[in-house]
Write a protein that binds this ligand. Structure first.
Ligand code: LLP
Length: 404
């Protein structure tokens, strides 16, 4: 856990309390720091509160650090992947083909060949065009593919438009009206084994009603197809549970997890198949921080800017989705608070992490923490402006983990 202890920002792992100041003195910021122990505990909490029928396929697009992947694998998770690169890394970290669900709208021939030849647990098909491509590959190798149809339920919820994926007009999934032709194509093809249905309506879901409505929609369709004779056995309900980046506690997540678990337990009572979920952010966001150094405190006539040595090149979320993460100083203090804009070095006005926030008086050379950056942080970093790349460090049981 990352927290303040005696006003000092620390990483707490078991009995070990490690001041961030100590880590930062050794490791030169900018770097992401992951709390593997916290992640494992939270994962177990997630499992115990959801339904015992649920199998987690961690959405590795949210964080593909090998230590994170290996930890989740050791705890029993599978992975939800979207590319050959993710497949290779997952396999290097020990995930077996039976632990891999392959999603994504743009799967290439090479990627599908690999999925078929290696017998991935499931390929979530997103279009008729993909299905036809897959059928040709199966025929070529005379191998079966286990598929699920990703449905687009056309159900809205409140989130940033860029991270909604389940509405008519979005590129994701299949609409119900397309099902007839798709099912008749599958029926005629001995190599396509339809084992399930999947969905993912988007990210940062806080009001769970639309998610529940979508899951009910998917389950009804599943039962309808079963009645028509399709031997379905997997229902993949996607990811999307939200993390409140403004709050330091887990109260909202705990409340939603409880509601989510209760809903699953009721809906899937007596269910014979396998329920799959693909959380990403909900598992990892809280267990990563981005550590940065202050290059300048720039005092302009109307504003004070903190200019960091990390920006939208290393952490894109705020610029892309206007989602401000908490910014923390290494020492908590309520004395002599100053108003700052916290920005990065990149030549874009969008390169701003926070506006008009209050922090203790700081100087060039001090460090700051951008909190809750364990999901969609490092994975979305890029080389814009050719700044020094950001590194990743992971700690477990109070110790830095070696290169994996
Ligand atoms: N399953 C599928 C098919 C997905 O496309 C995604 C995320 C997930 C699961 C996991 O969603 P999560 O539980 O993490 O919400 N870069 C954006 C988020 C993009 C999410 C893309 N798909 C952000 O930083 O908010």
């Amino acid at each position: 856990m990352f927290l303040y202890h005696n006003k000092e920002f620390i990483l707490k792992q078991g009995e070990k309390l490690i001041p961030l100041k100590k880590i930062i003195e050794k490791e030169k910021p900018p770097f992401y720091l992951y709390d593997i122990e916290g992640l494992k505990n939270w994962y177990q909490n997630f499992l115990s509160k959801s339904h015992n029928k649920v199998k987690v396929f961690f959405s590795m697009k949210s964080n593909f650090n090998p230590h994170v992947l290996k930890a989740l694998k050791d705890e029993g998770a599978g992975v939800d992947i979207v590319s050959e690169g993710e497949a290779l890394l997952a396999q290097k970290c020990g995930f077996k083909a039976k632990d891999i669900v392959f999603s994504g709208v743009g799967k290439t021939v090479k990627e599908l060949e690999k999925a078929v030849k290696q017998k991935f647990f499931q390929i979530n098909v997103e279009s008729f065009e993909e299905l036809k491509r897959l059928a040709l590959i199966c025929l070529k190798y005379k191998k079966k593919a286990r598929i699920a149809l990703r449905m687009n339920p056309n159900i809205d919820f409140s989130s940033h438009p860029y991270i909604k994926t389940g509405l008519k007009g979005h590129k994701f999934g299949l609409e119900s009206s397309e099902l007839k032709k798709i099912l008749s194509f599958i029926k005629k093809n001995q190599y396509l084994h339809l084992q399930g249905l999947s969905m993912h309506i988007g990210s940062q879901i806080f009001d769970l009603k639309p998610l529940f409505k979508s899951i009910r929609f998917l389950k009804s369709l599943y039962e309808k197809l079963q009645q028509e004779g399709w031997p379905l056995k997997v229902l993949d309900i996607g990811g999307g549970l939200g993390v409140n980046y403004q709050k330091e506690d887990f109260k909202e997540e705990e409340k939603n997890l409880k509601e989510f678990g209760k809903f699953l337990k009721t809906l899937f009572k007596g269910f014979k198949g396998q329920v799959i979920t693909e959380p990403g952010r909900f598992l990892t966001a809280r267990f990563g921080i981005l550590c940065a150094k202050i290059e300048y405190i720039k005092q302009s006539p109307d504003k004070k800017f903190i200019i960091l040595n990390t920006g939208m090149n290393h952490f894109l979320r705020t610029a892309l989705y206007s989602d401000e993460h908490r910014i923390l100083s290494l020492k908590a203090s309520s004395k002599n608070l100053q108003k700052y804009d916290v920005v990065g070095p990149i030549c874009e006005t969008a390169d701003c992490f926070a506006k008009d926030i209050f922090l203790p008086e700081l100087k060039s050379g001090d460090s700051l923490i951008i909190a809750d950056t364990g999901a969609y942080g490092f994975v979305m970093s890029n080389s814009y402006n050719l700044q020094t790349p950001v590194r990743e460090i992971a700690f477990d049981k109070g110790k830095k983990l070696l290169k994996y």
